[in-house]
Write a protein that binds this ligand. Structure first.
Ligand code: NAD
Length: 245
């Protein structure tokens, strides 16, 4: 029976010579910074807000019909002003500087990779840091919008976060495809791999015989493949054993 240490050593070996590691991060990575994920039993989706399902509140339809309530929800539940990157975030930035990490694709909307100083970051679902007017596209910042600024622009348009809400199109995927093409391996950190199309990325690596390492507390949904190593533990407990301090 394979022990946790065996798996860690295998993963270490897997990434040892890799110089273009693509990182795919999800809510589990930011949980260690204190931000709740969506789907765990203590996650954001487990708590209704004024009897409404958060998944509905975070939709395009809801923002358009009930913008004040949308803002009340994000101001009270998704305010990332005082949240800071963990040491894992910092190490990922250093690995990019050392030329080992080719880039980061994140599903997180908290902006922590950029806050940590990582440069090549694709926020597939946008973020809750940058805001803009949906009429004149003037930019607004998080401090004012998550404070108590009026949610309408001087032109009368609604100010909204640059985030992909339910019912909206994902960001342009062409950068993502280039990054995948130019990476030699994939490291998944804290994602259940349930949200598509991001969840297709591991199989794109495996189809080309490129290895995939996964560190995620719960087991993820991925086809059995000799090029996959999955460790179901906390990122903070495993990551530095694989990549060094
Ligand atoms: P998810 O909630 O579906 O899955 C998170 C996974 O992280 C779970 O499988 C859990 O087992 C794992 N996990 C929790 N704590 C962990 C830890 N300490 N170490 C290792 N693994 C841990 O998240 P997802 O796959 O990123 O789902 C995507 C959706 O959630 C995205 O649409 C994203 O925009 C959104 N989201 C983002 C944030 C954020 O920005 N921080 C927070 C919540 C949700």
């Amino acid at each position: 029976m394979e022990t946790s240490l065996d798996k860690i050593n295998k993963m270490k070996e897997m990434f040892k010579d890799k110089t273009k590691i693509l990182v795919l991060s999800g809510a589990g990575l930011s949980k260690e910074a204190g931000i709740p994920d969506f789907r765990s039993k203590d996650g954001l989706y487990s708590k209704n807000f004024y009897d409404m399902d958060p998944e509905y509140i975070l939709s395009h339809e809801f923002l358009m019909e009930n913008p004040k309530m949308f803002y009340k929800y994000i101001r009270e539940n998704m305010n990332y002003k005082e949240v800071f990157p963990t040491k894992v975030y910092t190490k990922l930035k250093e690995l990019e500087e050392e030329g080992r990490v080719s880039g980061i694709i994140t599903q997180n909307i908290d902006g922590l990779h950029k806050k940590a100083g990582s440069k090549k970051v694709i926020e597939a679902h946008g973020n809750l840091i940058d805001f803009y007017c949906n009429k004149c596209y003037k930019k607004y910042n998080m401090n004012e919008m998550l404070g108590n600024r009026d949610i309408y622009c001087t032109c009368g348009g609604l100010i909204r976060p640059d985030v992909v809400l339910y019912g909206e199109e994902l960001k342009d995927m062409s950068d993502i495809n280039d990054l995948i093409e130019n990476s030699d391996s994939l490291l998944v950190l804290g994602s259940s791999l349930l949200v598509y199309p991001i969840a297709y990325i591991p199989s794109m690596f495996l189809a080309k015989g490129k290895p995939v390492g996964i560190i995620n507390l719960d087991k993820v949904y991925i086809a059995k493949d000799k090029n996959v190593i999955e460790i179901n533990e906390k990122i903070g407990d495993v990551f530095f054993k694989v990549f060094g301090k």
